[in-house]
Ligand binder design. Structure first.
Ligand code: TYD
Length: 390
């Protein structure tokens, strides 16, 4: 790849590496810089973190912690069945705790998941789950065990994998001639639009544009046939793909490519302007939190997200500015946030009337959260699209 750097987010820890006090000393850090590949227009990290440092048996992110995502996958699963043969076979890559799988018949639905804790859980639910990293070898093994797939699905997973050529060619091999490969990930255009630079962390080595995906998929025998713009995770694209020989694109593909062209998504200047706004956002958030502290306000954070790991480490926000973080995930409670070591507690223990301000670490679920917390007397703070009190 011919990459040029446009953004430096400084030294960062493993974004989902929530830790105990005795682990502080040996915490792993790396330099998070983001670049632009001139050949494909892919936005990608300058250097990739080794996947096994992030995805292992201690992985703590649970997709099923939000009702929004549960409903999102249930609705999509019901919808997509009309495009599949009656006795369809489905493979999910990156199945996490089974939030998508539970919508499918376990006899004909298979999964791949590198985190042993979750692979065990979904195997126990009855879904044959291969514990490992997706690629040519695993694709070959599943092909020999169960044959080709009518649907290969991946949510917030393809952008996690450094080697996209190996990933996509492995999908091409296992897909039936008429099969669909459908995947969804945060959208680059949306990230730039709302200045959500916190989408960038170790697990997201790429932030996809349709433009870049179009080129990379095509060189692996695959073509985009449809693009859905969805609101989940702050704005994502659901990309529908078929084997190139069997592909016929609908209008949504040309429309998305056109919008990205108008937006100058494939030009370096666009990214340099974005980087400028990111630096301004850091300054504004630091100023706002310092003012809250000067006034003696009680400030916490809502949702111990990977995204907030990027923000807190980049903006140097620690316990002095944010007292604690609340999160519903049992695996995160009682631990500390990566890098800046802010304690994490349950909402029952921490989200109470003494809180003046809550920074929305899980801003992508703000609608769900505001609905759930409608009796909250304090105010939420967000950094998207600009730093402000809601
Ligand atoms: P998400 O935004 O998907 O995180 P990431 O940036 O890691 O991809 O995760 C939301 C986090 O917020 C997750 O740990 C669960 C937590 N959460 C709450 O604590 N309360 C809530 O009401 C919701 C919706 C999420």
């Amino acid at each position: 790849m011919d990459k040029t750097k446009f953004l430096d987010l400084g030294r960062q820890p493993i974004a989902n590496g929530f830790l105990t006090e005795d682990q502080f000393e040996n915490e792993f850090f790396y330099d998070l810089s983001v670049g632009f590949d001139r050949e494909t227009a892919l936005v990608t990290h300058m250097e990739y973190v080794k996947p096994s440092l992030m995805f292992n048996d201690e992985y703590s992110y649970r997709g099923s912690m939000s009702n929004t995502m549960k409903l999102h996958f249930a609705t999509f699963s019901k919808y997509v069945k009309q495009f599949l043969p009656k006795k369809h076979k489905v493979l999910e890559i990156g199945s996490n705790d089974g939030v998508f799988l539970v919508n499918w018949n376990s006899d004909r639905c298979f999964a791949v998941e590198p985190c042993g804790n979750f692979a065990k859980e979904t195997n126990q639910l009855g879904y044959k789950t291969y514990c490992g990293f997706w690629g040519g070898d695993l694709s070959q093994q599943i092909l020999s065990d169960v044959g080709t797939m009518d649907l290969v699905f991946a949510a917030n997973c393809m952008c996690h994998i450094p080697d996209l050529d190996n990933t996509f060619s492995a999908v091409e091999k296992i897909l039936s001639d008429d099969g669909f490969f459908i995947f969804e990930d945060p959208s680059l255009i949306e990230m730039i639009n709302v200045n959500s630079y916190d989408q960038i962390y170790d697990e997201h080595p790429h932030i996809f544009s349709v433009t870049a995906l179009n080129t990379i998929l095509q060189r692996n025998g695959l073509s985009i046939v449809r693009v859905d713009n969805t609101s989940v995770h702050g704005g994502s694209n659901r990309i529908w793909v078929k084997k190139s020989h069997f592909a016929k694109a609908d209008d949504s593909v040309a429309r998305n490519l056109e919008i990205e062209k108008i937006f100058r998504i494939g030009e370096e200047d666009t990214l340099h302007r974005f980087a400028e706004r990111v630096r301004q956002s850091r300054k504004d958030l630091g100023d706002l939190l310092c003012r809250c502290k000067e006034l003696g306000k009680r400030v916490i954070s809502y949702g111990a997200t990977s995204k907030s790991t990027t923000i807190f480490n980049y903006c140097k926000i620690g316990k002095d500015l944010i007292e604690y973080i609340t999160d519903t995930t049992p695996e995160k409670q009682g631990k500390y946030s990566p890098g800046v070591h802010i304690p994490i507690i349950s909402p029952e223990d921490g989200f109470n009337p003494s809180v003046d301000f809550a920074f929305l670490g899980a801003w992508n679920f703000s609608r769900e959260i505001k609905e759930k917390e409608k009796d909250f007397k304090g105010k939420f703070i967000t950094h998207v699209p600009i730093v402000r009190v809601l």
